[in-house]
Write a protein that binds this ligand. Structure first.
Ligand code: ATP
Ligand code: MG
Length: 490
């Protein structure tokens, strides 16, 4: 149940992430809107004060040091408008003398004569925010001319409550945000739960598989998403695991079986000798027979050791350019005597100096295993032909070992590379059934390919394709490459 907890915490973390991201986003949006709102309001107020100033300017005249506001009293609207304007107004001349000042303006604080004169110098228009306690007023200074003399007209608007709108907005907004976050959290929780349902299923399936049998697979969803990839990867892994498991199982069964046979034989021979032998020669014969079986056991053990080294990647390959032509020529020469003794014709046809990148010892082992098989399984009077040539693509070297011997039955053909496999009915003294396992491993470890065609009674042909080596120089640094047998066999 441990994994369920983990999945749940993933759900929790996903939900928290949703909430956090959404919360941050909402806060950012809130503040952006607020500042935008404030800019808009500020612009509006500035425009309005500007308009107020121009309007006031239209009504205003200065005659003999007196500010005179002229409006037709019959125009009620304009009169009211002027009334409003005059609530926050100040008129002064260029010497700093105030000609008119409303009460509202006075409360806001009066400029000194020097300050007023400064305004004349700075020119117009100017917008200034004045603050008095909590009160904020936006003032619009501007110089105008009446009868050729410059005067300063200041019109203001109270903006104390202008900030109220953004504040109200923020208050409302941030009251709603927690609610939105709650909704996001709940939705996120359910969404994360839904998204994780297939993960849970996969986890359960995986648990069932690892607990019971290796042949079970997680059923695919065909959704073409990441999870699907995970399932496929998992199934492939299980495939390999069960293959390897099966291989190990078969291997140990085979090993015990293979060792038992000669051991039983030794025991039998020695027991019989003990009970029935009378002469020294009888004992000698029994011992010789037992020794043969002991040899067989040590061969098995030696081969197994080598195979297990290959399997665990301990058998290092020192890859150098190897003259395959030379290897085959030397071995064919060696095998010629055996061939003759068995009444066989061994012939070879070799292209000049075909180099492959490989481990010399393993190349020897490869060729001699194939040659010994061909000679072993071809009855007297038969022919064995070995060929080495460059492939048509000139990137490969092709080695063929062909015989016209007994052939391999189609049923057995897929198994001949398995460890200890021998075609049923084969003479147990002829071999251990390990030679082709080695051949297969060597070929794969050299990135090569192996093909076999066979017809019962007509013969067998093994074709090995290996990557050619372009450089023949042996001074290349010898790279020790090792490939586990299990991998090479796939
Ligand atoms: P080992 O090589 O370990 O001494 P082996 O020759 O029996 O024993 P492999 O070389 O692995 O084992 O071959 C497996 C089996 O494939 C052989 O037992 C034989 O039945 C069959 N086989 C291999 N090569 C030939 C061939 N050229 N013609 C007919 N059968 C063959
Ligand atoms: Mg063999």
């Amino acid at each position: 149940m441990r994994h369920t907890g983990r999945v749940k915490s993933l759900r929790f973390r996903l939900t928290i992430s949703y909430i956090l991201i959404f919360g941050l986003l909402l806060t950012a949006i809130g503040f952006t809107f607020r500042s935008r709102l404030m800019t808009i309001i500020q612009d509006r107020v500035e425009e309005a004060v500007d308009e107020d100033w121009s309007a006031a300017r239209g009504f205003l005249k200065v005659e003999r040091g007196q500010a005179i506001w002229s409006v037709d009293p019959r125009e009620v609207d304009r009169t009211a408008f002027l009334e409003r304007l005059r609530r926050f107004v100040m008129v002064a001349d260029s010497h700093g003398e105030v000609l008119e000042m409303s009460i509202g303006y006075r409360q806001q604080g009066v400029e000194s004569a020097a300050e007023i004169m400064e305004r004349f110098k700075e020119g117009s228009p100017q917008l200034v925010v004045k603050e008095q306690g909590k009160d904020r007023v936006l003032l619009r200074y501007g110089v105008f001319r009446s009868e050729g003399t410059p005067y300063l007209l200041v019109v203001g608007r109270r903006i104390t409550d202008v900030g109220g709108l953004p504040t109200a907005f923020m208050t409302d907004y941030f009251t709603v945000v927690p609610l939105l976050l709650l909704v996001t959290g709940v939705l996120g929780w359910f969404m994360a739960g839904r998204a994780l349902i297939p993960v849970n299923r996969v986890a359960e399936a995986a648990q069932r598989i690892s607990g019971s049998s290796l042949h079970l697979r997680i059923s695919r969803r065909f959704a073409n998403d990441e999870l699907e990839q995970l399932i496929v990867a998992f199934n492939t892994m299980m495939e390999r695991l069960s293959e390897n498991f099966e291989q190990v199982r078969r291997f140990s069964t085979d090993v015990s079986h293979e060792l038992r046979t000669p051991l039983t034989a030794i025991r039998g021979q020695l027991e019989v000798a003990l009970m029935t032998a009378e002469k020294e020669d009888d004992f000698r014969e029994a011992i010789v027979n037992a020794l043969e079986d002991v040899d067989r056991i040590s061969n098995i053990v030696r081969a197994l050791l080598l195979l297990s080294q290959a399997e665990t990647g301990q058998l290092a390959l020192h890859k150098d350019p190897v003259n395959l032509t030379e290897v085959v020529a030397e071995l064919a020469e060696q095998f010629r005597t055996t061939a003759k003794e068995n009444g066989l014709q061994l012939a070879w046809q070799l292209d000049h100096d075909v180099y492959v990148r490989g481990d010399r010892t393993q190349m020897d082992r490869l060729v001699s295993n194939l040659l010994s098989n061909a000679l072993k399984y071809t009855p007297s009077g038969g022919h064995v032909m070995v060929q080495v040539r460059r492939g048509e693509d000139s990137e490969t070297a092709v080695l063929t070992v062909a015989d016209d011997g007994k052939g391999i039955p189609p049923d057995s053909l897929p198994h001949i590379f398995d460890r200890f496999y021998r075609v049923p009915g084969e003479d147990p003294d002829k071999g251990l059934g390990l030679g082709l396992s080695f051949v297969n491993w060597i070929v794969k470890a050299h990135q090569g390919k192996i093909d076999v065609t066979s017809a019962v009674g007509r013969g067998t042909t093994f074709t090995i394709t290996l990557p050619i080596s372009l450089s023949h120089a042996t001074d290349e640094p010898a790279a020790a490459v090792s490939i586990p047998l299990a991998e090479a066999r796939q």
